[in-house]
Design a protein around this ligand. Structure first.
Ligand SMILES: [Zn+2]
Ligand SMILES: [Zn+2]
Length: 138
């Protein structure tokens, strides 16, 4: 079980599952949404995720029509995104997770559009855009 929340503490959530994949996305939209070099996200089952408190604080922004980026309207912490074309899956922002976990299944995505100053210095797989479908574990 995983618990976490936003910076101000107004939003708290629980996920009744494990983090099985870490995508480090360097695309320009994720960079702006996080205010950072990349976002660390994990696809998780929406049905096993629940907001414990602060539902009314959550606001969604759609930079593209099919994808809602959900964040705390009080402190701005990004919590998850949800793609209308992939019902049942949300992508949790791992910086908001408080439960310690490890996950070896991690990779860099959209490396071709990363910031010039963003130096990737680990040995994880790097993909120009999305990880190819045949590499997906689920
Ligand atoms: Zn907050
Ligand atoms: Zn991205």
């Amino acid at each position: 079980m995983i618990v976490g929340g936003c910076l101000c503490g107004g939003v708290r959530y629980q996920y009744d599952g494990e983090i099985e994949e870490i995508s480090l996305c360097h695309c320009s939209m994720c960079r702006k949404a996080q205010g950072s070099a990349y976002v660390a996200v994990s696809p998780i089952e929406a049905g096993r995720f629940r907001i414990l408190r602060g539902q009314a604080l959550l606001k969604a922004y759609r930079a593209v029509p099919e994808k809602a980026r959900v964040f705390c309207s009080e402190c701005g912490s990004p919590i998850y995104s949800a793609n209308d074309r992939l019902p049942g899956v949300i992508r949790l922002r791992l910086g908001t997770v408080e439960t310690p976990f490890t996950c070896a299944n991690a990779y860099h995505a959209f490396v071709d559009s990363k910031a010039e100053w963003d130096l990737i210095a680990d040995g994880l797989p790097q993909y120009a855009e999305r990880r190819p479908l045949n590499q997906e574990t689920k």
